[in-house]
Design a protein around this ligand. Structure first.
Ligand code: MN
Length: 427
């Protein structure tokens, strides 16, 4: 698509906006109690079912037209690139060429009128640990002499998460209760978490799956990725540190995960690809099943990620949100293709709509740490907020918003919208 191509929808041409014609992320919205697939364009949502109804998708594969009229993205995700490309071209034409305005304009919904739902029925959710900076920082807090375990540089670490508690941006987050034990306490206690944290992450939605028993080779792994969203892996650190040995995270993570409602496709992210992480001298090269020359050259994705926080007191005082983390997706030790290939390498079947999260995205500097555990060094070094407050971990009323965007010289900036959640205390 020509760089200069613009939409007849004025708000889509705002150079600071998230949703220009070059983005066209997919989501699911509800209006008048009916759910439908939508495409974000400027400050509007294009109703895909309505497009199909009046024949605007005619000529596309029947399976594409059918999937466009459902109320989750799973059908479209399953179809693969051969169907995604023509649909994207059609939408670009409809929203770019002013001759379509009379037909398309009535099918647009103002964003505030669209109630956004999770974009897919998520059968399985896996959370990785792909940032070596996060792994090292967290490891140092728990094992000062031996921060990074010896397997880290060889095997992408992950755990199976909980799909049922994934919610769309804006849903309230209830402070979980759980079992925890301080070093000084003789026995554990059960009660509201005293160390609630966010984790800045990116989610990868799986497109076409693989058959049980048939691994996904690294060189085709990206064919299985439909697109990306922002993700907050809410974490109860006190529960986590007591329960995680020997089998890993469980109730410290499964109470809630927030995702941004718009799925930005790999096609839209094409201008923003970057080389895979450059491993320093002395690090092992990935094993052959995780190595592909084109993935090494452009398997990374340049997405700037930010976390902002407001407290109840800040909102009452009219103080703007304060930025607490800023990182970049390209700083991950493993590429998205490596995560997919590794996940399926034992024959595990991935299915359309499955969600793989990267793990906390942290960078090399302290302001690039993607969670409070790292920023405050497990509470030892509290974070000062405006209005005189400090934070070791999240308090009731705190609201955490993740944003992400890609920009570079010679390309139109695209964004992910927001991934937001506010902590509610227990009654
Ligand atoms: Mn996580």
């Amino acid at each position: 698509m020509a760089l200069s191509m613009r939409s007849w929808i004025d708000s889509a041409n705002d150079p600071a906006g998230d949703f220009p014609l070059q983005n066209l992320p997919y989501g699911v919205f509800r209006r008048d109690r009916r759910a439908a697939l939508g495409v974000a364009i400027g400050d509007r949502v294009l109703d895909l079912r309505a497009c199909a109804r009046i024949g605007l998708l005619e000529g596309l594969a029947p399976a594409t037209v059918e999937a466009s009229q459902t109320d989750s993205l799973n059908g479209l995700m399953a179809l693969g690139r051969a169907c995604w490309r023509p649909l994207r071209e059609r939408l670009t034409g409809l929203l770019g060429d002013p001759e379509h305005r009379p037909m398309v304009d009535p099918l647009l919904v103002a964003m505030p009128d669209a109630d956004m739902l999770p974009p897919a029925l998520i059968g399985d959710y896996t959370d990785f640990y792909a940032s070596i900076y996060h792994a090292t920082n967290v490891g140092r807090l728990f094992r000062p002499d031996n921060p990074l375990l010896p397997n880290y540089k060889w095997v992408p670490i992950g755990y199976h998460g909980r799909a049922s508690s994934i919610v769309a941006s804006g849903a309230p987050i209830r402070r979980p209760s759980g079992q925890s034990k301080d070093a000084a306490e003789a026995a554990p206690r059960f009660g509201p978490s005293r160390a609630l944290d966010y984790e800045l992450e990116v989610g990868l939605f799986i497109g076409p799956g693989n058959r049980l028993g048939e691994p996904i080779p690294i060189h085709t792994a990206e064919e299985h990725i439909f697109g990306l969203c922002l993700l907050n892996d809410w974490s109860a650190r006190d529960v986590q540190s007591w329960e995680y040995q020997p089998l890993g995270p469980f109730l410290a993570k499964s109470f809630a995960t927030t995702i941004s409602p718009w799925v930005v496709t790999l096609e839209a992210l094409r201008p923003f690809r970057s080389p895979a992480f450059v491993r320093p001298e002395g690090d092992p090269q990935p094993l052959p099943y995780l190595t592909d020359p084109s993935d090494q050259q452009r398997g990374g994705i340049d997405v700037t990620l930010e976390v902002r926080l407001t407290s109840r007191r800040m909102r009452a005082a009219g103080t703007p949100p304060v930025r607490v983390s800023r990182g970049n997706l390209r700083d991950l030790y493993w590429t998205p293709a490596q995560l997919v290939a590794h996940h399926a390498s034992n024959g595990c079947n991935l299915r359309p709509g499955d969600l793989l999260a990267t793990g906390t995205v942290s960078g090399p500097t302290r302001d690039a740490a993607g969670c409070l555990l790292e920023i405050t060094r497990r509470g030892a070094d509290p974070l000062a907020l405006p209005e005189g407050e400090v934070r070791r971990f999240l308090e009731d009323g705190d609201e955490v918003t993740i944003r992400g965007w890609s920009e570079r010289e010679g390309a139109v900036r695209i964004g992910f919208g927001e991934c937001r959640g506010r902590i509610e205390g227990l009654e």
